[in-house]
Design a protein around this ligand. Structure first.
Ligand code: NAD
Length: 294
């Protein structure tokens, strides 16, 4: 069993650290918010009073932070963790951040002989709680194999996307596609309903036809069609519009760096930004259906 230092215990990091404890790993946690640490202490974690203290004696470091600047500061800033870690420690950053920062941290780690992987996740808070996240990893093959035992305590599908930064590229591609098929699903459903169709019947038809997609299958955006999804709970998240807008910004950078003319992605970003500006930032991203109701 590993000794894991876990930094960043928010909506995602908290339950992920909890699943490591459930799997029998020993875990030392740190978050700027004391209550978040206390909740993990109740589940058996040790609490450190700084990130630097948390990594003492750890053979794996996991971070789950809001954005690239937090990750860069943690590993490369004043008193950054990379300068303190032994070469045998595995470092996994599970935050969703820009690919260049992930590459920069990965390259700095490699220069010190430390195995680093950007390991962003898909699945949201429900999957973080259930331990069924998908991990998209960017790093070398040896680090990937070493990390598998720890990652499998928190997730069900663990992919090696390529070298450092590749995990973030995969995450950006996936979430751009998610935004596009959610928008398309909303438009198709609203079109059918306004032409007299029952949204449940139309959903069944499209699910058995070539319009089938994840938004329709497990996250139907039309209220009342599916139980247990945000659309049937006043669009409580779920996956917030704010996070989708952040991820679409990262996806635009990924496209821009490679010169890809991703017009649908750009349009999806524009529509989600307008929805956010309309006061919907903390609602679920499937609430984009309401754009069509005005
Ligand atoms: P969150 O805001 O709930 O949690 C972030 C945590 O990091 C907070 O508890 C904060 O106090 C802590 N933190 C910030 N700076 C810190 C520092 N220097 N040291 C220690 N702790 C620090 O965010 P979240 O929803 O848990 O998301 C985390 C990451 O996962 C983000 O990059 C997000 O884009 C990504 N993500 C979120 C979801 C989701 O559905 N929430 C899904 C997939 C990926």
């Amino acid at each position: 069993m590993a000794h894991v230092a876990f930094i960043g215990l928010g909506n995602m990091g908290g339950p992920m650290a909890g699943n490591l404890l459930t799997a029998g790993h020993s875990v030392t946690v740190f978050d700027l918010v004391l209550e978040a640490c206390a909740a993990l202490a109740e589940q058996g974690a040790m609490v450190a009073d700084s990130a630097q203290a948390a990594i003492e004696g750890a053979d794996c470091v996991i971070s789950m932070l809001p954005a690239g600047r937090h990750v860069k500061d943690l590993y490369l800033g004043d008193d950054g963790l990379l300068a303190r870690l032994d070469a045998n420690v595995t470092v996994l950053d599970c935050s969703t951040i820009d690919a260049p920062t992930a590459r920069e941290v990965g390259e700095a780690a490699a220069a010190r002989g430390i195995g680093f992987m950007d390991s962003p996740v898909s699945g949201g808070v429900a999957a973080a709680k259930a331990g069924t996240l998908a991990f998209m990893c960017g790093g070398d093959a040896m680090t990937f194999e070493k990390a598998r035992v720890v990652l499998s305590a928190m997730g069900r599908n663990i992919f090696h996307a390529g070298p450092a930064g590749a995990g973030q590229v995969a995450k950006g591609c996936n979430n751009m596609l998610l935004a596009i098929h959610m928008l398309g699903t909303c438009e198709a459903l609203e079109m059918g309903v306004r032409n007299g169709l029952d949204p449940k019947v139309l959903s069944e038809i499209m699910l058995a036809s070539s319009g089938r997609n994840w938004s329709l299958e497990v996250y139907n955006p039309y209220p009342g069609v599916m139980d247990g999804v945000p659309a049937s709970n006043d669009y409580q998240p779920g996956f917030m519009v704010d996070l989708m807008v952040k991820d679409l910004g990262l996806a635009m950078a990924i496209a821009g760096q490679a010169g890809v003319d991703n017009q649908l992605g750009q349009l999806a970003r524009k529509l989600y930004e307008a929805h956010q500006a309309g006061g919907n930032g903390s609602r679920d991203f499937s609430s984009i259906l309401e754009r069509l109701k005005d």
